[in-house]
Design a protein around this ligand. Structure first.
Ligand SMILES: [Zn+2]
Length: 325
């Protein structure tokens, strides 16, 4: 309720009520409405131009956020580079290392696989930057998995390399007698005239002429499985089992330097050249078996021959002469 106001009328000498003028009242109402609009408008402007009224703390937070986005961008660029390097390693792994050691290449689907099943990124959801953070984390996770797959592959390769190393030191790979000028190769593998009957007969090994007593070497790592004269024609002979299906045989020996069952390394002296058994003159008859079949030893001297020397060996071994048996 508004107060009723009075004034003193000096003409009538009495108090009279002050009547509010209608026009003035309207003016006040209009002013009120205009004021409200103006206030609302100012508030709207303020709302639309937040930066102008940010507190220092908000400003700092915003700067920090911008910086974080920038850093995430840089991290993603670095991850691009790492991915490239990783892809290069994987490619070499599949097309060189695994190929060389006869292991199956690891398919891309296996290397690049993400993580199925439950949503691993639930905790990262529901924030303004969720997408950026989830995408980056996903890439990181896949990269980590690729590294694990690659690491396992290298473990496998290391194992295979070790096995290959064993294989390489086991396979016969040198000449069984010292033969620097290669003049000792007397007869090769193939059809040769028999020194006793003079008819053509297949000669299953290689003959090296050398004086009686010349050292004979094991041509690869292995175990002596025979050192006796109980095989017709070979006289005193040694057989070494190299594993992987390879056996080497050294015949017509004068003396043994090893016993049956003994383990030998490539280059060990196992016996001495002689002319025991079916032999025309002192020489070493040398054979190589692969899976119980005799094969040409000429292909097993790569261990200590240059290409030129190998050519010379080949030429000498192919002469269709008489074998010493
Ligand atoms: Zn021979």
């Amino acid at each position: 309720m508004s107060k009723v106001k009075y004034y003193y009328d000096s003409e009538t000498l009495s108090y009279k009520k002050i009547e509010q003028k209608k026009g003035r009242r309207l003016g006040i109402i209009l002013l009120g409405i205009t004021g409200s609009f103006l206030g609302g408008f100012i508030l709207l402007m303020v709302y639309l131009n937040i930066p102008e009224i940010e507190t220092p703390k908000e400003k700092a937070l915003k700067r920090e956020l911008k910086n974080m986005e920038l850093q995430y961008g840089l991290l993603n660029k670095k991850m691009d580079q790492i991915q490239d390097v990783m892809a290069n390693i994987e490619d070499r792994d599949n097309s060189i290392y695994r190929l060389y050691f006869e292991a199956n290449p690891i398919p891309d689907e296996q290397r690049m696989a993400g993580f199925g099943g439950i949503n691993r990124y639930k905790d990262l959801e529901g924030f303004d930057n969720s997408k950026l953070i989830i995408e980056t984390t996903k890439r990181m996770d896949i990269l980590t998995k690729r590294l694990v797959v690659q690491s396992k592959s290298l473990d496998e390769i290391a194992e295979l390399a070790k096995e290959k190393g064993n294989l390489l030191s086991a396979i016969p790979a040198i000449q069984p007698v010292n033969n620097e000028d290669l003049s000792r190769i007397a007869s090769g593998y193939g059809w040769r005239n028999d020194p006793f009957t003079k008819v053509k007969k297949f000669h299953y090994g290689m003959d090296f002429t050398a004086p009686r007593g010349t050292p004979v070497y094991a041509t690869g790592d292995g175990r002596v499985v025979r050192a006796d004269s109980r095989s017709t024609g070979y006289g005193n002979h040694i057989r070494i089992d190299h594993g992987y299906g390879y056996t080497s045989l050294y015949a017509h020996l004068y003396k043994y330097n090893v016993r049956r069952g003994q383990r030998v390394k490539r280059g060990d002296v196992i016996g001495f050249v002689g002319s025991t058994g079916r032999s025309e003159a002192p020489h070493l008859h040398y054979e190589i078996f692969k899976d119980d079949k005799r094969i040409n030893p000429i292909n097993f001297y790569y261990g200590n021959l240059s290409p030129e020397e190998f050519g010379k060996v080949l030429e000498r071994a192919q002469r269709e002469n008489q074998s010493l048996d």
